[in-house]
Design a protein around this ligand. Structure first.
Ligand SMILES: [Zn+2]
Length: 112
């Protein structure tokens, strides 16, 4: 599964692994491996806006994850984040990760 992630160009879903021809893993195994990867911070889970969790290979030393999600074809493209948005946290709260999702149309959908 890690190999699939390394070859993938973008975020992958649980169903993608389930239907992947070279994997042939059962549902429980896929679920466990995704959780393990997420816990070890090899991948991160993108909060779903359409009830489908997506997983993306962790970028090195990334605190801020910014992703573009196409509202039409639902593809997710990781974006480079240059500055973290300034968010005021309550006293004694420590931020550990920031997720940004920008919704819109990808280049392919925009040109159709
Ligand atoms: Zn699109």
């Amino acid at each position: 599964m890690l190999e699939v992630f390394l070859k993938a160009n973008g975020a992958l879903t649980y169903d993608y692994f389930l239907s992947h021809p070279s994997l042939q893993l059962n549902r429980v195994t896929i679920f466990r491996v995704l959780n393990l990867f997420a816990n070890k911070r090899i991948i991160h889970r993108i909060p779903a806006t359409d009830n489908i969790n997506r997983y993306l290979l962790q970028q090195a030393s990334a605190l801020v994850h910014a992703n573009f999600m196409c509202n039409k074809c639902k593809s997710i493209i990781p974006l480079e984040t240059i500055v973290s948005p300034k968010v005021k946290l309550p006293k004694d709260y420590i931020p550990q990760n920031v997720e940004i999702i920008i919704g819109g149309l990808c280049a392919a959908c925009n040109n159709n």
